[in-house]
Ligand binder design. Structure first.
Ligand code: G6P
Length: 361
């Protein structure tokens, strides 16, 4: 069933479970056998005149944009991600490429920033899910994430497809821009990107997120920490949690915990800590500091043995390239939010005070 809930109680759970298929759709035909990116929207040379790249977005799309900016940096390209309502055109020139990331293509803050960028002379791209949306029509170029319709107000499958699309765009930009260089691990990265749907299925089939949600129902603060790619995922994990459970949740860069947020940590806190990248040792110290203050630590990792000394619970993900592992961790966090909200009997698909697309500034 394309638009019904099918066997699921909520659209959100259906959409979480659709992620292997939606991602296959996002990637389909866009990676060649020898690991090159083939984006029919952007033949080689499309961005030859660009020397500066910036992202604008809101909400979940902003977290995908942050992840995307990191992926551009992997290819030697300087990139920034800005919350659309905070956007300023002071540094825009005719060599600027402004990429608006918006699932609906209708978010007023994002459209308004997109127009400001155009007025200031930037070339623009809309990365969106909705064909013919305002952003797609108004930007110079549209790049579709091909995730299929998303009904739940809280974005899930579209985040994964946005990030995957931005990694493809990063590769194309690296070929066109003077400052761009191929990723050192190009072959491995694209091979693993194509395996991502399979890994997501594995997470969906084996996740213990429901039990984790139940275990920590009596807590009063839920923190999410990570570094590098895990940082946008920490922000996204916390956003999802607060949107649908109405509980207090915050995402932090792991290293920032000690610069303030640690004052909030008590035995009534849970800290979801991600160990998916190459800097796990540092995050481990940050998580241990929270553990010492009585918080329960939930580690998201492919290596449970490495966290058993301080982690109360583990959410397991398959081993893969570190730049992709954040997306697997995100699926686990989506499931924790979903099951926690379900146990609290929240209106999951239509959380109070929120709208799928916000068309006022
Ligand atoms: C609303 C939705 C969020 C979404 C944000 C941006 O706030 O509730 O889930 O991330 O808008 O939407 P967009 O369509 O621009 O990605």
């Amino acid at each position: 069933e394309e638009t019904g809930k099918g066997k699921y109680d909520h659209y959100m759970l259906k959409e979480i479970n659709e992620q292997a298929d939606s991602l296959s759709n996002t990637l389909g035909g866009r990676i060649t056998d020898d690991g090159d990116v083939d984006l029919e929207e952007f033949p080689r040379g499309t961005f030859d005149d660009v020397d500066h790249v910036e992202f604008i977005a809101c909400g979940t799309s902003y977290h995908a944009a942050l992840y995307g900016a990191q992926q551009l940096q992997r290819t030697g390209i300087r990139a920034t991600a800005t919350i659309a309502s905070e956007y300023d055109t002071a540094t825009v020139t005719e060599d600027t490429l402004t990429i608006a990331v918006t699932q609906s293509g209708e978010t007023a803050d994002t459209i308004s920033a997109l127009r400001a960028a155009q007025d200031a002379g930037a070339e623009t791209v809309a990365v969106t899910n909705v064909v013919g949306s305002s952003a797609a029509r108004e930007a110079d170029h549209a790049l579709y994430i091909r995730a299929g319709p998303e009904i739940g107000v809280a974005a899930t499958k579209t985040f994964s497809s946005q990030v995957a699309t931005l990694t493809l765009l990063a590769h194309r930009l690296s070929q066109d821009l003077e400052q761009g260089t191929a990723r050192e691990d190009n072959e491995e990265f694209f091979a693993e990107l194509q395996n991502l749907p399979e890994y997501i299925d594995e997470v969906l089939e084996t996740s213990t997120a429901e039990a984790v949600g139940e275990k920590y129902l009596d807590k009063n603060s839920y923190f999410f920490i990570g570094r590098d790619n895990e940082y946008p995922v920490a922000l996204e994990g916390a956003l999802k949690f607060k949107e649908i459970t109405y509980e207090h949740a915050e995402g932090f860069a792991s290293g920032e915990l000690k610069h303030g947020p640690l004052a909030l940590v008590t035995p009534k806190s849970v800290v979801f800590s991600m160990f998916t990248g190459e800097n796990g040792e540092k995050t481990r110290k940050n998580a241990e500091e929270a553990h010492t203050r009585g918080a329960d630590i939930v580690a998201v990792t492919d290596d449970a043995d490495s966290v058993h000394e301080f982690a109360d619970t583990v959410l397991h993900i398959p081993e893969t390239h570190p730049d992709i592992a954040g997306l697997l961790a995100n699926v686990q966090l989506q499931l924790v939010s979903y099951y926690t909200a379900d146990l609290l009997d929240r209106e999951i698909d239509k959380p109070r005070n929120l709208a799928k697309s916000v068309t006022v500034e």
